[in-house]
Design a protein around this ligand. Sequence first.
Ligand SMILES: C[C@@H](N)C(=O)N[C@H](C)C(=O)O
Ligand SMILES: [Zn+2]
Length: 233
Amino acid sequence: MKPYQTVPIAECHEPLVQIPDHFFKINPHPYIALGAPYGDQSPFFVRQGILERLQKSQIYLQTLHPNYQIAIFDAYRPIPVQQFMVDYSFAQLAASKGLPIDNLTELQKDLLMTEVIKFWAVPSNDPQMPPPHSTGAAIDVTLFNAELNTELLNMGSPIDEISDRSLPDYFASSSHPQAFAFHRDRQLLNAVMTHSGFARHPNEWWHFSYGDQLWAWISNKNLAIYGRANSAC
Ligand SMILES: C[C@@H](N)C(=O)N[C@H](C)C(=O)O
Ligand SMILES: [Zn+2]
């Protein structure tokens, strides 16, 4: 169990709403492309209050950089998708280390899973400890430069990479000009998201949330307001 999972939830019952098309949504959606089991649900839903905060962040970003947009990589994530992505990431990590997925020792499994859950939440079905994206209050985002049209900004590492490069301040102390730009753009993303109240995941430059257990824990609040979302979307 992670420390934030002990935060009590006072569910506020806001609906999940679709993220409108004027937002830049990364397509094809990466987990759908992998075959994740969404059924008739969509990743591009969030709670009503999260959409309002996203809009506020987008407006603020455009006062700083008129050509930039927040690019949405992922938002609502049903628990079967969380399970699928944890299993997928575990298999990918084993393969990247040359380990045979069907013939791992218990120790190897434990070590691999420890690395995976540094970045992925456990796909818990317990309503007291929902995975952050199952609440509709967490989003994975990056920056898009509309002037260059095809350009997602290079933030120094791809979203979901299981490595230290994903840590938000990984490039902070490098004097290399490209590393300086990576850190500057991660700081920009964090500034526009925290402007509307989101908090960033300690290990992931791209993951932000408001009102879920992780947000409450990071922000020293006693209560989360978003538990597992009612997935009738
Ligand atoms: C790994 C990333 N896509 C992510 O969303 N991580 C958080 C912690 C999660 O799984 O909820
Ligand atoms: Zn996330």
